[in-house]
Design a protein around this ligand. Structure first.
Ligand SMILES: [Zn+2]
Length: 116
């Protein structure tokens, strides 16, 4: 958007990326750690707000039910996992490794990187 010089002054610095607060909808810079309006903590782009620890525990204990996939919002593959008993354990094991490696992604395609 900022590559070409266009008529009309831009209020945002060149190359900046604006996002909207998840809590109040106020616009703020993508690098802001908290909303200047309501103070809500913001999740960095590309990182899931869901926690590895929760996904790991769900996967470890009831992963064959697809519980960790329901947790990250992947209802479809969660059900598939439930029906196939975790892909006969293979899919389950792969997901467990993915979660520990920080490569498991939520429904929005953002990787789970936060432990606590
Ligand atoms: Zn806010």
């Amino acid at each position: 958007m900022n590559e070409n010089t266009t008529a009309g002054a831009s209020t945002a610095p060149a190359g900046s990326e604006m996002v909207f607060c998840r809590a109040c909808g106020r616009q703020m810079h993508v690098s802001a750690t908290a909303c200047p309006g309501c103070g809500a903590r913001q999740v960095p782009a590309g990182e899931s707000e869901r926690q590895i620890l929760v996904a790991f525990l769900l996967c470890f204990f009831i992963g064959y039910l697809g519980a960790h996939r329901f947790y990250v919002g992947k209802i479809g593959t969660g059900l598939l996992m439930l029906i196939t008993a975790g892909g006969l354990g293979i899919w389950w094991l792969i997901d467990l490794i993915m979660i520990l490696a920080g490569s498991f992604r939520d429904i929005d395609g953002r990787a789970l990187r936060r432990w606590p």
